[in-house]
Design a protein around this ligand. Structure first.
Ligand code: ADP
Ligand code: MG
Length: 331
């Protein structure tokens, strides 16, 4: 009893102290708050306009925690992730999965249908044999023996039981082309629920903006695929999002050939029609997946598709370094 009282009063004392320190050391005025971290194998950056330091710090911490949560769920490199568990078991039996995973797999399959198979998370059936850091790639015979496994139609989703199974034992999935967009969308929802009206969340090539930069647009750059110090284009944006896919994020070179991380589901090999694709639209999840898809489809087919999707635009640099813009961006 006495101890409890002591604890309670010391807690009061302490929290009073914390309050006093916050009140005197930090100006209680609205400001920009920002933070960066390395999560999901990429750079995370968040910037918000907050009314108080407490709100600002909470916003930054909320986003970083959300990024880490999704990393633990969807990383192929973490053995205990839900994704790893699916890959280990879904080839032999239906696996019960979370609502969040079910919805993202369902979205991925729908985007495969929309992009005629250019976006396909089963690319990983061959893709997992590439190790860009170690300059490793599968040989022709191995690719040929696994190519049948790349087909989103092998993904069987059962809506009632919330399970996934693969109709081919060699299927592996990877969410590298959509998970960062999903994480950015989730983070933005969390910030909006906290009352943030101006903010930016970036995970690697995926950026989404809340509002504007207080009276001016946000400026989001598309980097030069062959010079990381240079921007190829800058886009003024507000209340929107943009994702970029490039052949420079993860790659190695061998005999003058660039082996990079965006693979054609038809061949199990890197594609070479374009160097960079940016998609601008309201959803980071879709931007992310569509930028990967258009990269695979190439200039003509990819631009044609984006021109047919309402609310989405594209900026493409082809393999001759020529820039191309969708109809919505041509004034
Ligand atoms: P990043 O931001 O990592 O550059 P991208 O949006 O460009 O990501 O997507 C590239 C990632 O998508 C690859 O690292 C891989 O995990 C995955 N991927 C590669 N090819 C495909 C494909 N054809 N369909 C779906 N995902 C793919
Ligand atoms: Mg993408």
């Amino acid at each position: 009893m006495f101890a409890q009282k002591m604890l309670a009063s010391s807690w009061l004392l302490k929290s009073g102290w914390i309050f006093a320190v916050l009140a005197f050391s930090a100006p209680l005025k609205a400001e920009w708050y920002s933070d960066s971290a390395g999560i999901m194998g990429t750079n995370i950056y968040v910037e918000v306009w907050a009314e108080t330091p407490v709100q600002g710090q909470l916003a930054l911490r909320t986003v970083m925690a959300e990024m880490e949560r999704i990393n633990q769920l969807m990383s192929p490199y973490i053995e205990t992730s839900e994704l790893s568990m699916i890959n280990a078991n879904a080839g032999t039996k239906p696996v019960a999965i979370s609502d969040e995973m079910f919805e993202l797999l369902d979205k991925s399959v729908k985007i495969s249908e929309l992009t005629k198979g250019a976006f396909d998370i089963t690319f990983a059936s061959v893709g997992y044999l590439y190790n860009y850091k170690e300059s490793e790639r599968p040989d022709e015979a191995t690719i040929a023996s696994l190519l049948d496994a790349i087909n989103y139609k092998h993904i069987v989703l059962n809506k009632e039981n919330k399970t996934v199974s693969f109709s081919n034992r060699n299927v592996k999935i990877d969410l590298g082309g959509i998970a960062k967009g999903h994480a950015v969308d989730n983070s933005v929802s969390l910030l909006q629920r906290m009352g943030i009206l101006h903010g930016l969340v970036t995970a690697g090539g995926d950026t989404r903006l809340i509002g504007d930069r207080r009276g001016k647009p946000w400026i989001v750059g598309i980097r030069d695929p062959r010079n990381k110090e240079k921007q190829a284009v800058v886009m003024p944006l507000q209340d929107s999002a943009m994702s970029t896919s490039g052949d420079y994020e993860r790659y190695f070179e061998e005999d003058g050939q660039r082996y990079h991380h965006i693979l054609s589901p038809k061949t199990g090999k890197s594609t070479y029609e374009v160097q960079s694709v940016s998609i601008i639209g309201p959803s980071s999840t879709f931007n992310d997946a569509l930028s990967t898809a258009v990269f695979v489809m190439g200039l003509r087919e990819g631009l044609g598709m984006i021109n047919r999707i309402d609310g989405y635009d594209a900026v493409i640099m082809d393999n001759q370094r020529k820039m191309h813009y969708s109809n919505g961006l041509q004034q």
